[in-house]
Design a protein around this ligand. Structure first.
Ligand code: IPE
Ligand code: IPE
Ligand code: MG
Length: 237
């Protein structure tokens, strides 16, 4: 193994931004950008695996995205539906393991069922671990984690509960998944938008002006190359 392959990020978290602007530039409705963006996820998964990346977490829908028009939210939910069904047949072939993070409880019953099916049928796959963040917000995730800790403590009669970092990590939706090494945000915005704030504490950030539907294998390679040249000090001198 060369020095470079050793340093390939194990886990990449992506904020797939810019679908709307991508569409607008082409005179298309915003929803066309979402269709193009959804198609890109599969390609990026394949490219990531070829580069030696083991986990990719995609931000697909934030807890704030409900503020968009009913039409746009409906289209996004429809895309999740189609995508989940369409991808179900391929994940077995690609050996991909799929997990979901976010507050899924408010999603429609059919979507929840598809999500459960996909997680169950792919749980023993040993290839890329793909994580989809739907109705995900970092603050919401931390609040749910703390409430879960409290509820368990109350059940076992422990009060007040002494919370540790490990307990919080273990009760987040990402429990068991290593923290991302690299966070990529497409389309020029320089913010986290409530994404994985706990898990990204020591991750390297990479921002590109490229819109998500145009973010291809080459763009991923550029991001990984930038990462490989970073010096991760973790507070050490
Ligand atoms: C990202 O693209 C997709 C979601 C947030 C669901 P946007 O829809 O945010 O695209 P822009 O930022 O408006 O261009
Ligand atoms: C973040 O993008 C959420 C997703 C990519 C799913 P937004 O486009 O919603 O973020 P803001 O509103 O520009 O911060
Ligand atoms: Mg956006």
């Amino acid at each position: 193994m060369t020095e470079d392959t050793k340093k390939v990020p194990e886990h990449v978290a992506i904020i797939m931004d810019g679908n709307g602007r991508w569409a607008k530039k082409r005179g298309l409705p915003r929803t066309a950008g979402h269709t193009a963006g959804a198609k890109n996820v599969e390609k990026v998964c394949r490219a990531a695996w070829e580069l030696g990346i083991k986990y990719v977490t995609f931000y697909a829908f934030s807890t704030e995205n409900w503020k968009r028009s009913e039409e746009e939210v409906g289209k996004l939910m429809q895309l999740f539906r189609e995508y989940l069904v369409g991808y179900l047949s391929k994940i077995a072939k690609d050996n991909i393991k799929v997990s979901f993070i976010g507050n899924l409880s408010v999603l429609s019953d059919d979507l929840k069922e598809k999500i459960a099916n996909m997680e169950e049928s792919s749980k023993d796959n040993t290839g890329l671990h793909m994580i989809l963040a739907i109705n995900y917000g970092s603050r919401d995730e931390i609040v749910r984690a703390v409430n879960r800790i409290n509820e368990r403590a109350a059940q076992s009669g422990e009060s007040p509960v002494r919370v540790t970092e490990q307990m919080i990590s273990d009760n987040l939706d990402t429990a068991g998944i290593p923290d991302p090494d690299l966070m990529i945000r497409t389309s020029g915005e320089l913010r986290l938008s409530n994404y994985l704030m706990w898990q990204l504490s020591y991750s390297e950030f990479y921002f590109t002006d490229t819109a998500w539907p145009d973010f291809d294998t080459n763009e991923l390679k550029k991001a990984v190359d930038a990462y490989v040249n970073r010096d991760r000090r973790y507070g050490k001198a």
